[in-house]
Write a new protein. Sequence first.
Lengths: 799, 282
Amino acid sequence: MANLLAGPMIGAPIKRREDPELLHGQAKFTADLTLPGMLHLAVLHSPHAHAVIKSIDTSAAEKMPGVVRVFTGKDVVDKMMRLPVIWKPAGVESHFPPHPYGLPGAQTALATDRARYVGEWLAIVAAETREQAYAALPAIQVEYELLPVVVDAEEAMKAGAPQLHAEAPNNLCTHFPIGDKAAAEQSVAEAEVVVKQKISIPRQVHNAVETRASIGRFDPESGEYTLWTNTQIPAGNHYMIASLVLGVPYNKVRVIAPHIGGAYGSKGYLYPDAPLVLVLSRELGGRPVKWVDTREGLFRTTVHARGQTHYATIAGSHDGKISAFMSTNYASLGAYSSHNGPGAPTALTGRSMTGAYAIPHPFYECYLTYTNTNFVGPARGAGRFESNLVIERMIDLFAREIGMDPAEVRRKNFVQTFPYDNGLGWNYDSGNYAGALDRALAMVGYDEIPQRKAEARQRGKRLGVGLASYVTVAGVGPSPRMGREGLIGSTWGNTVLRVHQTGDVTLITGSQPHGQSHVTTFSQIVAQELGVDPERIEVIHSDTKGVPYAQGSYGSRTYSVEGASIYEAAQRIKEKARLIGAHLMEVAVEDVEFVEGKARVKGSPEKAMALPDIAVMAWFAWNLPQGMEPGLEVTTYWDPADFNFPFGTHIAVVEVDEQTGQVDLVRYVSVDDVGNVGNAMVVEGQMHGSIAFGIGPALMETESYTPDGQLVANSLREYAIPRASMMPHFELDRTVTPTPLNALGAKGAGDVSQPAPAPAILNAVVDALADLGVRHIDNPVTSEKVWRILQSAPHGKGQ
Amino acid sequence: MLAIQYKAAQSLDEAVTLLATTAGARALAGGHTLLLEPTRSQLGAATLVDLGKIQGLNDIGFTRTGALRIGAMTTIAALADNADIQRDLPALAEAASQVGDPQVRNWATLGGSLADNDPESDLTAVLLALDAQLHLQGPNGTRAVAADQFITGPRQTALTQGELITDVRIPIVGGGSAYEKFKHPATLYALCGVAAHVSLIDGKVGACRVAVTGATEYATRLTGVEAALAGQEPTAEAIAAASEAASGLAFRGDPFGSPEYRAHLTRVLVQRAVTRAVERAR
């Protein structure tokens, strides 16, 4: 264990306390859990993208071995409400199927009369074993009447397109404009240089190693519902299930999130299975029921990400200054909205559209539509992956148009003074964007790139270098602001911090870890502030019985919001310990300080009381200051004043094989600034993860639908995700610009750099092919796409 | 209901008997493809006969006639790491070292891979190019089949019910060999793989075998390329010209590579593999 006196614990790169359990295979995931009398569920998916369900005959399936019951939509429709949507875009008209409480509505858990996407749940088998449940699925007879299908967000708005919901004419959920359109148009009209580009960003499938899974148990005696599910938001699930789906008392529901095998945003939802397993357990007399998805099910019904098409315009002058940026985005929610579906394409993408640049006249609008496809929702880099891909590509296109180095154009237009109102709704707290850019350029040896290009050419390779800067909204978030944005809920952080009479510490956090190292980094805050060995700090989370109503982990919020609430809790413990110490030592309060785990008389360090000695007196309460409550425990709720805005610059170096078109990522440099960090090694790991999660969509990941609404990729044989062997050694560095918004000076770090890799790689590939007249390539940049470009190049240039 | 039985055979004879007499019996020789099947409900009520406990099926050594004999249960990792293979059959070592990932290479076996005959398998093309003989044992005794005759179609082989691959014998005949692979981004199998073996006589191509995998319906010799190279001085121009003879085949397509692209990759990889094989033959 690190010597507490040797240096600060906060920020120290200590090893994760979470790892031994995981590495030894001892960690229990939802699929590992078995309850007495448990039944297993298998789901019948709609094979059609749009169809009237004329009838479902379950009688043959119910006679299959081990089958206990088969449920259809009609069996549960009056036992649970439609799922709610808890993000209603602010300030605009929007259209959703209605939830009974007047909220926007999502889907019903099981379809009743119509299926609107491939994979929609039609029926569910409960059987004694998982194999028996799956074996019964083919015996369910469904009669369909096929309806016309629309899968493209833009096509869905056109006259004559198939209509998905009576409540949403022309399949339009909302039109969301921000910025001054007239001023932006005028600026474009008056500009010396105008560049336009359509940029299509296909869907990405999160593909966590662990699929979704839920176990529901209803206790007929107590009337209590217990749900085990791999959710990033146990408290959010608890609230929505009790109040907005089942309509049962809040205190009759308990949600437990066991270990989670990756999420990347895909498990931060209320999915149909969560309330459904509770209803089914009740209908089955209290027998617990378990559902574990398949990989094919994940492709079909776990949220997809991205899926936006931007028509972007950038305008400015030959001296490199940008005056206006406009983008019109067509995005689909899917057949229904996921519970927070509108958030990414409206606020997250829209308000982030100008990236790191001070652009006087920004404008963004989004047409958000329903199509016969699976839901779209946030993934690591939610919404900002898309905005940053567009702005960083447009910056390069503008640089090319005026013949200026892309690094120079970035430097000329960076936001310089803080706080900065970006005109689209974000207020950047602090930054030194040129500092990160310059460091990255130095690391990559930017001046030597022409030499390297020539040398690569000798080997039959085209070398390209691509930059991407970024600013990512993080630290979600200020609750009043989120309310104004349209979130039906809150986003503060909360902590219960208890110092036991032994000096051991229990920390209860409302946040939910699924790989972010909460236990380690949160312990480090408490260890430093209270002078306690981290091994003596227990961190409790992820069980709504005992953890107060809280948020979860998403949006790079954990350390800068929940961490700040823990820091605040530690300050209050220290203050109470100081008061008790002064009282017991019979010294004036102002002469006592709490340092290094002791209440100590200033100037007389030998006169001190250690925290355990104070704690025991706090709990015994034999002799406390007048009017002081016993115990040494505090609860904090900490709401940030605003979001924080981490930033950085990434540089990709690629080599394109002139014969095959294969793109090799040969170097990757990233300089990130997340303010002060909680654990430098954990942050480095997050940066590695973010880069990997950007390399995928840049080079290989893509999901799409055929015109009749079938998924093109249904499995990992058809969907490529990057392997470690495809990645170069990442060259990382950090600059440190603390945020003034919290006492830790910490900004979000979880997914903040994820929006950089894809545009950096795309810019690098376009650079490698620039002499062929290539201006833009949509992601993913597959080998065949590049080969076709090389093939079509004028003779002699391609070779 | 899926009712999968497991039996660990202690000898080849026992394995052959089990496979020949048990309904739905399947040989387990690594299992990377086989064990994916239950999720697709293809296995049904299967009996898996594990070959992993049988002694002597993973030896590598020279026969008296100078061929390298490789036991069928040799792991892919062992192929990649074997010094004799690296020295005498570099194409095989190169292909083995590029199969899947380390975990796959540590479990998957030569025999399992050949019996599976995946259209994108790396090893099939190499064995075609190296003129390998596969030794089989079944209810009717043992026999030897050339790689050319063993591969009969996509996922189809000359194996009959109850028959197992016991070992593979590859003649060591001098010359040089090489394997070139373009990885399928999703599966890490070969989107296109080309193996070549070339012997030189007085600086000109003598015996020459070239085979492709991944790009076509199943691994196949490129006899047109071989014929075009025979007797030629292997200049870059001659090799490029010979690669054109690979164009007439029926190529596969998927979202990661159209038939047209796979045809192109085949030509490029033929050039690269033959060029390196020639360098090694010199």
